[in-house]
Design a protein around this ligand. Structure first.
Ligand code: SF4
Ligand code: FES
Length: 255
């Protein structure tokens, strides 16, 4: 059992962003202390669960505890990540104080819980599901994916929608309603490459504007912060090329 007690030399300090609009309109940082020998081999999520047990007013999201559900994205010592796969040993090698804040760029609902509506609104815009021609829907042969097409999805299908990338992207902070953001574009690319899908034209023609995809300025924070080690920037660059080809094709048809 990890004990939360007042600061002592050699204790680990976990400083957590706290905000509850029903009590105060001001956020504050609250520190919780752990005996160093009791945190060895733990994940950060284990410490947050201990804090929750001692201080039930503390709120955060979690579900799977193993890097699958994407619900515990947060800012850990200035970097976005998932608490369930962040080793405390790794963190304390650098500092005996760990600072936890909510994901940047989203409205804060309570403590570490942010409102991800803008993130999921943009995700919905890319139509993140297989779109089939009506005539093929019941043709089982056309639902079989080719091996090459499946292989192209490596590094794309693993996205767990944790929002760590979009939360670290300045283009998304300033244009959350117009720029799709790195996660949504990575998912878009995943469906553009799928050979079972017939929705490329439908998806791309909705994105003929300056913001949806082209607002990415290659800042690359998305690549640095993705806890699944994916590369949204590479996907964005490919989507930009596909989108440009699609735009030129439409222009040529009109000429
Ligand atoms: Fe999370 Fe990575 Fe997907 Fe972005 S690309 S939502 S950081 S898993
Ligand atoms: Fe599910 Fe961390 S709790 S990804």
């Amino acid at each position: 059992m990890i004990h939360i007690k007042k600061n002592q030399k050699d204790n680990l300090e976990l400083s957590i962003y706290r905000y509850n609009s029903s009590i105060s309109s001001y956020p504050y940082m609250k520190s919780y202390f752990f005996q160093m020998e009791k945190v060895k081999g733990k994940m950060l999520l284990d410490l947050l669960i201990q804090v929750k047990k001692k201080d039930p007013s503390f709120s955060f999201r979690m579900s799977c505890g193993q890097g699958v559900c994407g619900s515990d994205g947060m800012n850990i010592n200035g970097r976005n990540g998932l608490s369930c796969i962040t080793s405390v040993d790794w963190l304390i090698k650098r500092n005996k104080k760990i600072v936890i804040k909510p994901l940047t760029g989203f409205p804060i609902l309570k403590d570490l819980i942010v409102d991800l509506s803008s993130f999921f609104n943009q995700y919905q815009k890319v139509l993140p599901y297989i779109i089939k021609d009506q005539k093929d829907i019941f043709d089982k042969r056309k639902n079989i994916q080719k091996v090459d097409s499946r292989n192209q999805l490596e590094g794309l299908y693993e996205c767990i929608l944790c929002a760590c990338c979009s939360s670290s992207c300045p283009s998304f902070w300033w244009n959350e309603k117009k720029f799709l953001g790195p996660a949504a574009i990575l998912v878009l690319y995943r469906f553009l490459l799928d050979d079972r899908d017939h929705g490329n034209d439908l998806r791309l023609r909705r994105l003929h504007d300056h913001f949806s995809v082209f607002k990415c300025h290659n800042i690359m924070n998305c690549v640095s912060f993705c806890p699944k080690k994916l590369n949204p920037n590479k996907a964005i660059r490919s989507v930009k090329i596909m989108l440009l080809k699609h735009i030129f094709k439409k222009i040529n048809k009109k000429l």
